[in-house]
Design a binder for this molecule. Structure first.
Ligand SMILES: C[S@@+](CC[C@H](N)C(=O)[O-])C[C@H]1O[C@@H](n2cnc3c(N)ncnc32)[C@H](O)[C@@H]1O
Length: 385
């Protein structure tokens, strides 16, 4: 059987607390949910399906296609069993392979050693079968294998993503404390913004939220800008199938959406960076940028969401100085954002209290290791404390 048509487990990884959003995305694409984890989930599909997943998913970091699983007590046993896998069917002898891993086995105290033994098993197999072996090293821009080894349970996956899928390829300019693209995409999913209302993003920084909103509003595949994925370096990968898939996904793209996207920041350098990133992403025509204090952000008539990611003292500025900023967010919401739903994404819950409005919902997130919340405020008349 063609290796691209064999069904297997596909494990998807994402940052902690993003699993519920990833689950919705995977279900919407029509894939089954076999198991959920704190930082990911498992579905089922072929390597060909992995192509669709790496191109489409907004909230996943990696797409791991299971090649084989076996029991291994120590490195010698792992080598022997990994060496029995038909790697010559997956990797060209002229290729390049890299191993990443998660290892929790009592006989292994050095992950690099386990990776090296796994790499030896793969390249030795190919040399025996084909007479020459692929190169190997740390670069993730060719074939990437992921070794999961917990106690005696060993699983070896092809990493169809290669580099993390959060690297969309549009962010050449970053400004103060940018959100990771996958986190921004999850925040947008939490707001349930669907392009029909407006998406207002004061304090936009380098524009990640506005750009991800534009891409989601257009239903444009998250991976459409990226030229490279691990799957492209698997033996038998066909450019033709890839292009067919891209054009199928492109047909599902919208040309426009009714809502406006407005992104503002008081820092002209932030707006400069955001504009450049939006241009690289090909969505600059869909976002109205302005340099202004957040309170001067224009709010078009109609409804929608106002999403702010203010500084929260962990990385930028001091908490005391930020108290009045958070309190003025509350005033801005109350006085200017009636008809909208307000959201504040912050890693400082004490500062969030200064907003002075009752949050109707709190979505837990992590920004890197910082415990964060996305707080939702219903701003229509009568909802205020
Ligand atoms: C945490 S960063 C936002 C990062 C952004 N989400 C991204 O992904 O790049 C906070 C931003 O708030 C802006 N800011 C702080 N106080 C402001 C104010 N009073 N009015 C407008 N922008 C402000 C800063 O210039 C900074 O760009």
């Amino acid at each position: 059987m063609d290796i691209f048509s064999r069904k297997s487990t596909i494990s998807l990884t994402c940052p902690k607390r993003i699993t519920p959003f990833l689950k919705e995305e995977v279900k919407a694409l029509g894939y089954p949910i076999k198991r959920t984890r704190k930082a990911g989930l498992e579905t089922e599909g072929t390597l060909k399906d992995s192509m669709e997943l790496v191109l489409s998913l907004r909230t996943a970091h990696r797409v791991h296609y299971l090649v084989d699983e076996f029991r291994a007590g120590d490195a010698d046993e792992m080598y022997k069993k990994a060496n029995a896998i038909h790697w010559e069917n997956y990797i060209e002898p002229s290729g390049y392979v890299s191993i990443t891993s998660f290892i929790d086995n009592p006989t292994i105290d050095n992950t690099q050693f386990a990776n090296l033994r796994c790499k030896d098993a793969v390249v030795d197999r190919i040399r025996t079968k084909k007479g020459s072996r692929p190169d190997s090293g740390p670069s993730l821009d060719h074939t990437v294998l992921f070794l999961f080894w917990r106690n005696t349970n060993c699983r070896i996956f092809i990493d169809a993503s290669g580099e993390s899928l959060s690297r969309r390829g549009y962010r050449s300019e970053s400004h103060s404390a940018p959100l990771q693209e996958t986190l921004a995409a999850s925040i947008i999913k939490a707001t349930e913004w669907d392009g029909s209302g407006h998406f207002i993003n004061p304090m936009c920084g380098s524009g990640t939220l506005a750009i991800e909103a534009a891409m989601a509003g257009l239903n444009r595949p998250a991976g459409s800008l990226r030229p490279n994925f691990g799957i492209k370096h698997v033996k038998g990968f066909a450019d033709q199938s890839w292009e067919q898939l891209r054009s199928k996904l492109n047909q599902q793209r919208k040309k426009d959406f009714p809502g406006k996207i407005i992104a503002t920041d008081r820092d002209p350098y932030a707006i400069q960076a955001a504009k450049k990133n939006a241009k690289t992403a090909g969505v600059d025509h869909l976002i109205q940028f302005e340099v202004c204090d957040f309170q001067e952000t224009p709010l078009p008539p109609g409804n929608g969401v106002v999403v702010l990611n203010p500084p929260y003292g962990e990385r930028l500025g001091e908490k005391e100085e930020l108290e009045s900023l958070y309190s003025s967010i509350g005033d801005f919401f109350k006085n200017k954002c009636t008809d909208y739903t307000g959201y504040v994404f912050t890693g400082n819950l004490d500062l969030a209290k200064k907003v002075g409005l009752r949050a109707s919902r709190r979505f837990p997130f992590f920004n890197s290791t910082i415990d964060c919340r996305l707080l939702k405020y219903e701003l229509y008349d009568g909802s205020r404390e």
